[in-house]
Design a protein around this ligand. Sequence first.
Ligand code: F6P
Length: 539
Amino acid sequence: MEVWQERPRCDEAPAWALLAAHFRQAFEGPQAFDLRRAFAQDAGRFAAFSLEAPPLFADLSKSLVDRTAQRLLTQLARECRVEAHRDAMLRGERINVSEDRPVTHVHWRSESNPAVATTDHALSAIKNIVDVSPQVQAGRREMMELAEAVRADTGITDVVHIGIGGSDLGPRVVVQALRASGQVNGPRLHFVANMDGHELAAVLAPLQAARTLFIVASKTFGTAETLRNAQSARDWFVAQGGGEVARHFVAVSANPAAAAAFGAGRCLSFDEGVGGRFSLWSPIGLPIAIAIGREGFAQLLAGARALDEHFAGAPLERNLPVQLALLDLWYRNFHGLASRCVAPYHHGLRGLPAWLQQLEMESNGKGVDARGRPLGFASAPVTWGQAGSNGQHAFFQMLHQGSDVVPVEFVLVRDAAHALPGHHDRLLANALAQARALMCGQAGDAPERHFPGNRPSTVLLLPDLSACSLGALLSLYEHRTFVLGSLWGLNSFDQWGVELGKRHAGEIEAALQAHTESSVLDASTAGLLARLKTPPAAT
Ligand code: F6P
């Protein structure tokens, strides 16, 4: 058995019990850890708890963690052999055990000459990735050629991307972000994900069939929402007099046979090792390439690669995805915090919480480990949030004075891409003010004016919202999710939990369309179906 297969789960590692003892001693009771005291007693706290992973900077100093916990958590990662697991992923070993697949999304951002490798270890780890690059290079070349052809084709004014989950959220968040920073050009891009026909109908309404290209993106090419939308789009296209379905429908899939059967003229394919929620770097990123072109896409990959090299080579103590994952574990399993809030202070990043929700909760929202054993401790918390400063006028009340402590992650962008005076400084000041207020609190002259303080936050700082910085941010989150799953002993790359609902949906749809009542459904579902089938009473 390989070293990574034999690694202990977090609760089996010696550091787990040490962490539990340290938590009881330093984080409970009247003398419990307090951020304000921690800063007062430790002048080096900001430096000790901030990390660089260029182009990203992270401030973890306002976290409910002390130096002993930090040391024990890093020891935990070492004892859980996170590094061996990471290297196995980078080497393309079959670490997705339940589906017997390798995990290859990092390979899709590899290049033959790794640029900056921070240590020899990073260099060798990244060089191992390059083994698979002939297929990757060919797939990337094909995607870029198609993207450039679409960008140059003045006959195509609109591109409709149809996909859901990982086949939607990654391209959507990147295009949205880079559009806000003025880097998107080429044909208009529309994203359709929801099975609810209102979304597709609204997108199609103003379009002309002859001037529209459809991308049907589905790894499996078997996802109900995507197939429904793709069929409706094809029907609309034909009804509008569109004559060449094969020319106007392109597929992106790991199942090219199904794409061909649908009628797509060509299919950009990729390997099964690319998980849906990790797939924006692969040909699933076609709309990104159409939006920002060859050079922009190369920058996106370069930013992601910078984080890959950091992850592969930085010592665990200074390894940003590892330290963030350890903090996540510390909050979830020792502080007992059940959710975490992500507040990107940039309009372009308003889609980030939705992308992160799939990444974190679909990857690590599991109750048994990769060997099938019940966990016996909590796994993925609820990830939620929205862009700042809007969130301040929605849920920040609860963050400051509610009964639950929720760690907040502020994502800040130093440079704005617009020239409007008086906005960006105020935006950044608001984010820092929220973090400071959460920590400092305030003794109130009335109970309702009392702020308890000692509420934790982290800051992730990007220099700008360029393709490169964005690639680094998304790659950071992917690796953090992997490390947290690794510590918990999970397979972060499967998602069996989404299957049962899909099966029920098929049965219920059949019952909804049938004229008879279903005898196999529970009383609640049957009762709701009956109401849905009842025409509204005449008024
Ligand atoms: O929601 C389940 C899921 O399988 C996700 O993991 C995936 O990203 C999404 O559906 C879409 O899958 P596909 O790309 O195969 O259409």
